[in-house]
Write a protein that binds this ligand. Structure first.
Ligand code: PLP
Length: 383
């Protein structure tokens, strides 16, 4: 009877208002009504990207938008750099290798970020790099790469494009695509954007468009020039996910009602701080250091002496609280507490309280209430 409380790093819960908006009658994507909707949402969603560039809508998961970013700007044999600090950085590696790019991989251990100095050192001996690919929020580890600093290094020292995977960051983390000098920024619907899976977003700088025009891409369905020319008419080249685009309009309304996107970002920062304080009060280790901690997802090590699978099962079976486990080398080592999108400080307090209940069930040694108290104190002082 009780529905699961989904505290995953995506998909995430959908606000009732968004569900209702998606429940409208379907319409033709070649109708004037669609053009009005398309123009409205693509203009308003720019606030989430921090850009005045066009934001294009793709009827796809985030991976297709990553692929579009790659295949539209480079060719087999082109030199590119990919920064990877976890599972999703590896997606970019895989895409670039699949297309035969000559990939220079800057790899960091899972749980660490890439610093500006590390990137500068890595780029120094390289020449003719076409693009540098990087992940903003590494969903597998809960670190936020310092995109502003990394983009500055690339722009100061090379002519390469800066291409950023913003899936699981955008909608919850600050993004200033134009000020940071990011050339291509991508995200997906089902994480901090408060929508179901199936819609992705991509925005390109003027410089990126020049690279796209010069590139003669192999892409057909993911051909960004085609998206751009249809966008000028307020449409998409193929049938779009009209239902999700209705939902996107409601998402933009919700962000406006929160008092603007800066407040939405501040709420995510607050939830991050609450979660981290709670874990520390419970003597449960965090994977990442504070300086690079994600505002949308926190990676947490297995509470000492417990079996992670049993802990996650107890949470779900006894308390309907659904966390995600670790990926790759962190499977069985960490769990991931998603606090993004339609998630509020009250949800963090609820999740921490239920975690404490499961910890008591499993005989973990702690002062009952310590986690909730710590999270609440952060909430009361920083809200
Ligand atoms: N990039 C990041 C950072 C992600 O977290 C994900 C999904 O979890 C993806 C890319 C892939 O997105 P999708 O599963 O929508 O294709």
């Amino acid at each position: 009877m009780h529905e699961n409380i989904l505290r995953h790093p995506g998909p995430t819960p959908i606000p009732k208002r968004v569900e209702l908006a998606m429940n409208q009658n379907i319409m033709s994507h070649r109708s004037p009504e669609f053009v009005t909707l398309y123009r409205n949402v693509t203009e308003r969603v720019k606030m989430v990207f921090g850009t005045t560039n066009e934001v294009l809508l793709l009827p796809s998961g985030g991976t297709a938008a990553l692929e579009a970013a790659a295949v539209n700007v480079a060719q087999a044999g082109d030199d590119v750099v990919v920064i990877t600090v976890g599972a999703f950085g590896d997606y970019f590696v895989g895409i670039c290798e699949q297309y035969g790019f000559n990939v220079h991989k800057l790899e960091k251990p899972w749980g660490e970020a890439c610093t500006a100095q590390e990137l500068a050192d890595f780029l120094a001996p390289l020449t003719s790099i076409k693009a540098v690919f990087m992940t903003y929020n590494e969903t597998s580890t809960g670190i936020l790469n310092p995109i502003a600093e990394l983009a500055k290094v690339v722009n100061d020292t090379t002519d390469a494009l800066v291409i950023v995977d913003g899936v699981s960051a955008l909608g919850g983390a600050p993004a200033e695509m134009d000020n940071w000098g990011v050339d291509i920024l991508v995200t997906g619907s089902q994480k901090a954007m408060m929508l179901p899976p199936g819609l992705s977003f991509i925005s390109l700088s003027e410089r990126a468009w020049q690279a796209v025009e010069a590139n003669h891409t192999q892409a057909y369905y993911l051909n960004l020039q085609s998206y751009r020319s249809w966008a000028q008419k307020g449409m998409t080249p193929n049938t779009p996910t009209v239902t999700l685009i209705y939902g996107l309009q409601a998402v933009c309304d919700l962000i406006d009602e929160e008092g603007g996107f800066a407040n939405t970002v501040a709420r995510h920062e607050l939830m991050k701080d609450m979660t981290r304080a709670a874990m520390r009060a419970l003597d449960i280790e965090l994977l990442t250091e504070d300086a690079y901690a994600s505002p949308t997802i926190t990676a947490i090590k297995t509470p000492k002496g417990l079996d992670l699978a049993e802990f996650l099962r107890t949470l779900k079976q006894n308390y309907h609280l659904d966390f995600a486990g670790g990926l790759g080398p962190l499977q069985g080592e960490i769990f991931r507490f998603g606090h993004m999108g339609y998630c509020f400080p009250s949800d963090v307090l609820q999740a921490v309280s239920l975690m404490e209940a499961a910890l008591q069930d499993l005989g973990y040694n702690f002062t009952a209430g310590a986690g909730v108290l710590a999270a609440q104190q952060v909430f009361l002082t920083k809200r």
